[in-house]
Design a protein around this ligand. Structure first.
Ligand SMILES: Cc1cc2nc3c(=O)[nH]c(=O)nc-3n(C[C@H](O)[C@H](O)[C@H](O)COP(=O)(O)OP(=O)(O)OC[C@H]3O[C@@H](n4cnc5c(N)ncnc54)[C@H](O)[C@@H]3O)c2cc1C
Ligand code: SF4
Length: 477
């Protein structure tokens, strides 16, 4: 068992040479802290009962071999734990931070099910890979041999990046196109830094860049480069564009100044955290400081908005959701965090109108839960005569996202899409009906999760490699 950190610190201090620089002292402290954290991770990992029915694993979209890497961590074999963990997950340290574990691995841990509190799988996963980076176990991506084929990936979010990783390791020439000025997709500009530090994302982007993946940023496919031209430049194309059409508010006054889209608000906040100058943040349009903030919606985006507003110094933050706590789509853990931080949830409420220009209030209709709909969820029904006004000088719309109309935007009517606008693909391979065009992530599933985007990106990349190999075999015959 590892020593207590303070005892070790005193021992180290006693053995220290007389003169040490601040950096050397910090290094000593880091090593001690790392040992302490190893012990904590091992303590948590040793709670895994190795039950033999790993529901945690079957409820992880990547089917991560959780029991094995917990066993390695519990027995101090951290590098092996990292090797097992990274074999199935391209970005374990990212998933460990932002997967809704209560709905996935941890929610299905048998220790949790038996009422003893889950093994904190996500924290251990994060710790293993953070440690691997610190100790140099994360190796550069070096293809075994270069291949002649090239793939163009549209979208540098988790789906596109995971695919780029698989393809580049296999020696394929990879170019990733993104209309943003930085790679990462929603990892960079959606999810706030207090949940996912931006240097953790950029470290992965830089690793891919060093491996030879070419990032073509500020390039909007359909505007700066046509989809057809892109197809002409590559042997295969992967569409990983995510979903960005914001669902809008209805009702009188919904267009008032001071009513903003969640992603504009979060993007501004994330850009500021990179040190960028953002005029709409500086002039207060996308800044909650000193304001009464009302966020409308009950998903994870709404949770990110309310928690960002608290951090920016809002005077009050309220979240309006039309169903009750039990029926909200966002993670319960996030709700608990938001409540602890001072957010008020006003359940069973729907905005009916907005007063003032700029906005000064939200006219709210109270709701009750009625009969279940076809999905089995109880539908919210207005309570007549229950309207009242919530004061607000910043209203953030967090009602969810839908796919953009890609066939129209790209003048490609043959691109197959569902009635919701998601790209239709073959199960597992991500192949579309268009020759050598694949799709992955939210643009296929609708707004989903990072871990699913990673899985889709890996699966599509594997299918693309298989198709290249098949073409080579045919050419050799
Ligand atoms: C605010 C917010 C918080 C979230 N929090 C979580 C969370 O905590 N945990 C979790 O698991 N999931 C979370 N999600 C969901 C998660 O971020 C997404 O499921 C995931 O990022 C989808 O990955 P993707 O690669 O498919 O798309 P994205 O991450 O959306 O990346 C798509 C990329 O494509 C680019 N693009 C789009 N169109 C074009 C074009 N025409 N030309 C060039 N580039 C283009 C975009 O600029 C973007 O960079 C959150 C989502 C939001 C909005
Ligand atoms: S990837 Fe997500 S669901 Fe899978 S083990 Fe890690 S935290 Fe759990």
């Amino acid at each position: 068992m590892a020593k207590q950190p303070m005892l070790k610190f005193v021992d180290v201090a006693r053995d220290m040479p007389v003169k040490r620089t601040a950096d050397e002292r910090n290094k000593d402290f880091d090593e001690i802290y790392a040992e302490y954290a190893d012990a904590k991770a091992a303590e948590q990992a040793s709670r895994c009962s190795q039950c033999g029915v790993p529901y945690c694993q079957s409820h992880c979209p990547l089917h991560n071999n959780i029991p094995d890497w917990l066993l390695m961590t519990a027995t101090g074999r951290l590098e092996e734990a990292y090797q097992i963990s990274q074999a199935t997950n391209t970005f374990p340290e990212i998933c460990g931070r932002i997967c809704p574990q209560d709905r996935l691995c941890e929610g299905n841990c048998v220790i949790e099910q038996s009422g003893h509190g889950t093994v904190t799988i996500g924290s251990v996963e994060k710790y293993i890979t953070d440690t691997a980076w610190e100790r140099g176990w994360v190796k550069e991506i070096v293809p075994f041999a270069e291949r002649g084929e090239s793939v163009g990936i549209i979208g540098a979010g988790p789906a596109g990046l995971a695919a780029a990783d698989v393809l580049r390791r296999a020696g394929v020439q990879v170019a990733v196109y993104d209309r943003n000025d930085r790679a990462g997709g929603l990892l960079t500009y959606g999810i706030p830094g207090f949940k996912l530090e931006k240097d953790v994302v950029m470290r992965r982007v830089e690793q891919l860049e060093r491996a030879g993946v070419k990032f073509v940023l500020n390039c909007n496919i359909g505007e700066d480069l046509s989809f057809q031209a892109l197809r002409g430049q590559h042997d295969a194309v992967l569409i990983a564009t995510g979903v960005y059409k914001t669902r809008d508010l209805k009702g009188p006054g919904a267009g008032a100044t001071g009513i903003v889209a969640a992603l504009d608000y979060l993007t501004a906040s994330n850009k500021v955290s990179f040190g960028d100058e953002v005029a709409e943040y500086d002039n207060g349009t996308l800044n909650a400081a000193g304001k009464k903030v009302v966020v409308i919606g009950g998903g994870d985006t709404a949770m990110d908005c309310v928690r960002t507003a608290i951090r920016q110094g809002a005077t009050s933050v309220k979240c309006l959701y039309r169903r009750d706590r039990h029926n909200m789509p966002g993670s319960q853990r996030e709700v608990a965090n938001a409540e602890e931080e001072g957010v008020t949830f006003v359940w069973l409420t729907n905005p009916k109108a907005f007063s003032g220009e700029p906005v000064s209030g939200v006219v709210v209709q109270r709701m009750k839960l009625g009969d279940p709909d076809s999905s089995g969820r109880q539908s919210p029904v207005p309570v007549e005569g229950s309207e009242y006004t919530e004061d607000a000088d910043l209203v953030i719309k967090a009602l969810g996202f839908e796919p953009e109309d890609l066939p129209a935007a790209w003048s490609e009517p043959e691109l197959p899409v569902s009635r919701w606008g998601t790209v239709q693909v073959e199960f597992n391979s991500g192949a579309t009906r268009l020759a050598d065009v694949y799709a992955a992530g939210d643009i296929v599933r609708g707004a989903s999760l990072v871990v699913w985007a990673i899985k889709d990106g890996r699966d599509s990349a594997t299918a693309i490699l298989k198709s290249f190999d098949a073409a080579r075999e045919i050419a050799a015959e």
